[in-house]
Design a protein around this ligand. Structure first.
Ligand SMILES: Nc1ncnc2c1ncn2[C@@H]1O[C@H](COP(=O)(O)OP(=O)(O)OP(=O)(O)O)[C@@H](O)[C@H]1O
Length: 299
């Protein structure tokens, strides 16, 4: 087992905020490494440093034993480190091929674009990922999951050694999540090292070989998945035992007074929305990105 990556005393300060403080840990070559921590723990900041979006205030990163200091994402990509952000970087009106080769187009000897070769290579990459996607249509016409696959295809077509996923399942349906997990297995089998950020601890337990927990910008622990479980991870994340993730609802509220009733509400975003809220209730509103879940409150 050799380490592909090492963080040494990585600290990142933003004006008034110490986002990371002396973070030290290693990532083993070929593993799926989960990064967990509460909101604001520093996970995204650390991954943005690794992928060249930010530079550390102090501290070092070693990639395959060599100290690296990425000053932009392109440098990181050229050395094999790519990140799939929650917000994709695809150009909506370009198709998969044009997106994947944007800024690094393949040209023929006469300088003209070698569209046929780029198309062929895109097909090969998507085939390797077992993704059946229409590569001729603008990506805006594709589902979120298909767009995510194109982001991944883009990353691995630049010879990716480390691929970082930041909350990859946030906008996916159950079936799409399964497709993504299969794809991650394929990437792992190809020897790609994966860093996986998620708040869904079931996903971490299912997909990861090892985990690292951050809390308030500091490293808490790194351990093998067989040495941890959900309660243990929550304890590391919050720094104490949490016996009640979801306390029983307050059944002592006898007054069932209805505070708000929304009936047959429609506008440009929502259609025939109905709900009521009683005094003392917590109302959960669920849905995929774009379901319009925030819109009723904007009215
Ligand atoms: N560009 C920035 N400017 C100032 N403060 C920032 C910036 N980016 C992050 N922070 C702060 O750094 C700390 C760590 O944030 P970060 O986004 O890395 O946490 P996280 O663990 O990824 O959280 P989440 O799970 O919510 O994404 C937070 O206090 C955050 O407010």
């Amino acid at each position: 087992m050799t380490d592909i990556l090492e963080f040494q005393n990585v600290t990142k300060e933003f004006p008034g905020v110490k986002a990371l403080q002396n973070v030290n840990f290693q990532i083993t070559k070929g593993e799926v490494h989960g990064l967990v921590g509460e909101n604001g723990a520093g996970k995204s900041t650390l991954m943005k440093i690794l992928s060249g979006v930010y530079q550390p205030t102090t501290g070092d990163i070693y990639l395959e034993g060599d100290k690296v200091n990425f000053t932009n994402p392109k440098q990181a990509q050229n050395l094999g480190v790519s990140i799939i952000h929650q917000e994709f970087s695809l150009i909506p009106y370009l198709n998969a091929v044009d997106n994947i080769y944007l800024g690094r187009e393949i040209r023929k000897g006469n300088g003209l674009l070698n569209k046929a070769l780029m198309k062929e290579r895109t097909k090969e990459t998507l085939h390797k990922l077992n993704a059946h996607i229409n590569i001729d249509t603008p990506v805006a016409n594709l589902s979120i999951a298909e767009q995510q696959f194109i982001e991944i295809a883009k990353a691995i077509s630049i010879d990716c050694k480390i691929l970082i996923f930041d909350e990859p399942t946030a906008s996916l349906t159950g079936k799409e999540v399964e497709d993504l997990f299969r794809l991650i297995d394929t990437l792992k089998a190809e020897g790609v090292t994966i860093i996986y950020i998620s708040h869904h601890l079931e996903e971490i337990l299912r997909m990861c070989d090892r985990i690292t927990c951050l809390r308030d910008g500091e490293w808490v622990n790194s351990k093998s998945i067989s040495e941890t479980n959900k309660d243990d991870m929550v304890k590391m994340m919050v720094g104490r035992d949490v016996n009640n993730n979801f306390p029983a609802s307050n059944t002592s509220i006898e007054n069932n007074e209805q505070l708000l009733a929304v009936k047959r509400l429609s506008n440009d975003y929502v259609n025939n929305v109905q709900f009521t809220i009683k005094k003392g209730e917590i109302l959960g509103i669920a849905g995929l990105v774009g379901s319009g879940e925030l819109k009723p409150f904007e009215l």
